[in-house]
Write a protein that binds this ligand. Structure first.
Ligand code: NAD
Length: 471
């Protein structure tokens, strides 16, 4: 009996009915092994739901709040059911607390706070960061102790990209003939990254999907949640801070609590351009948008001897969203961070040909730089599953593989992607990712500077953070 089938008789409770919930239900439809009459969706705005009603999905039209969460969910969620949180503005921590008490499994794709936290004037910049949200969740894990599995931050990124990093490290080790170290019978990932001399890891994404209906004035267009993107774009830029870094960036700060493996800039991510490289188009400029994996990955890969830091890579997201989303960010920032009056999430209207290349770019080792990830076109995505774009399918692949992994490992308490078995997760996600490719490149961030100013590379280390942010 398949694990999906062994879940029969239980309920799937989706919080939120946006682009990613629709995309994930599309994967349940494709699998043919799920009973869709056991899917319940809870969201305040239920639109374009008729095809889902016809599939058997039921809906509860309510906005969850700190006051009503327990009351609403107790009527719906029983022991052994699965809560899939794909909402904005509903606290992950409160949902996990509820799931733990109720004996339900849980998964989200982002550590979401209650509405208002991102702009709360009484909080410091550090307290509004993803570092702080993650720190609170780790403390919650300690408080709750063992219990039903709650997978946190398991979409595409955060989510699958942590598994891509492990796969890319093993591929580099094989290509370079580096022995894979073990400690206490387990693979020592930090020691492996250190042995390979990986200095910088970008989550390097470029989305070239477009609609024939171009962005209007006063409109924010994106290929996934506009609200989600705007929230993270306005949070401080955050990055894991590498042990090879020699200069301290302007506006950079340490957090006064936690592991201290990541730092933040006193600048919203949407206003921090960074140079990066992806297979669709080569070099490009992305935005240093904060993400959970920029904190969890450097934590996972840090190597210390006692309290002495031996190794940590610099890790951050470098996101080139689709062109209309980039224009939308430009307009949004230009008008003083005031959100446009209309929002549009692209789906059926996307023209053929666009591609989302989402991967990890490991830099500084003997092969210079190595990109590993998913290259998925809109045309492939439409053939694979209903209700999907290239972007939503990569995220739904993370959600779906995380759900199945949790069903197979039902009593692990709070789990981040780095604690999961990357081989099993990627095996489940593979059919939805288009081509999963590893590509070597000779690109460095100094290429642009050298081309413009003919500066000799000399002894410059190309992998300093300052070179990714310059010119
Ligand atoms: P969306 O904006 O399309 O949908 C959000 C949904 O949340 C809407 O249905 C909205 O009505 C619902 N919602 C808002 N307030 C609510 C409340 N109080 N109670 C219940 N529901 C509420 O967003 P999306 O594109 O589907 O993204 C969903 C989540 O997934 C977001 O948190 C986003 O940041 C995250 N995400 C993660 C990844 C990843 O790869 N990790 C990628 C894309 C999106």
């Amino acid at each position: 009996m398949s694990k999906e089938a062994s879940f029969s008789g239980k309920k799937w409770v989706f919080i939120g009915f946006g682009s990613i919930t629709k995309a994930t239900i599309g994967l349940l439809v494709r699998a043919h092994t799920f009973d869709l009459s056991s899917v319940v969706v809870i969201a305040p705005q239920i639109e374009q739901h008729q095809p889902f009603v016809e599939l058997g999905v039921s809906f509860i039209d309510v906005a969850l709040t700190p006051e009503n969460l327990g009351h609403v969910l107790r009527d719906v969620v029983q022991r052994g059911d699965f809560i899939v949180n794909l909402s904005v503005n509903v606290s992950s921590a409160d949902l996990i607390r509820f799931a733990h008490a109720q004996g339900a499994l849980y998964l989200d794709t982002c550590i979401e706070p209650w509405e208002g936290m991102y702009n709360e004037p009484t909080l410091t910049t550090s307290q509004r960061s993803n570092y702080a949200l993650r720190d609170q969740l780790l403390a919650l894990g300690d408080e709750l102790g063992p219990g039903p599995t709650a997978v946190v931050t398991h979409g595409a990124n955060p989510g699958l990209v942590s598994h891509f990093v492990k796969a890319a490290l093993l591929q580099l080790a094989a290509k370079l003939g580096v022995a894979v170290p073990e400690a206490e019978g387990r693979l020592a990932w930090g020691e492996l990254a250190m042995a390979l001399n990986v200095k910088v890891i970008h989550i390097a994404e470029r989305d070239t999907q477009r609609s024939s209906r171009i962005k209007s004035d006063d409109e924010f267009v994106n290929t996934w949640s506009v609200d989600g993107f705007v929230s993270e774009a306005g949070q401080p830029a955050e990055l894991g801070w590498g042990s090879h870094e020699k200069t301290w960036p302007p506006f950079a700060r340490h957090h006064p609590f936690g592991s201290n493996n990541a730092i933040y800039l006193e600048r919203p991510g949407a206003s921090v351009p960074v140079k990066t490289w992806t297979p669709n188009g080569g070099p490009c400029t992305g935005l240093l948008i904060t993400h959970n994996e920029a904190i969890s990955l450097p934590d996972f890969l840090t190597v210390k001897d006692g309290s002495v830091l031996l190794y940590r890579p610099t890790v951050h997201y470098a996101y080139h969203p689709c062109d209309d989303a980039l224009l939308s960010v430009h307009e949004y920032v230009g008008r003083g961070w005031k959100l446009q009056d209309s929002k549009r999430i692209l789906n059926d209207e996307i023209a053929p040909g666009g591609v989302d290349a989402l991967g990890v770019l490991l830099m500084g080792h003997a092969l210079n730089a190595y990109w590993y990830g998913s290259i998925l076109s809109i045309d492939e995505a439409r053939q694979i599953a209903p209700f999907n774009t290239a972007t939503s399918l990569q995220v739904a692949a993370g959600v779906y593989s995380g759900i199945l992994w949790a069903i197979e490992n039902p009593d692990r308490g709070i789990v981040e992607p780095e604690q999961m078995d990357h081989r099993r997760v990627l095996e489940i996600a593979l059919p939805f990712l288009g081509s999963l490719e590893g590509i070597q490149t000779d690109w460095t961030p100094l290429d642009t500077i050298n081309a413009l100013f003919h500066k000799p590379e000399g002894e410059l280390c190309p992998w300093q953070f300052e070179h990714f942010t310059a010119v």
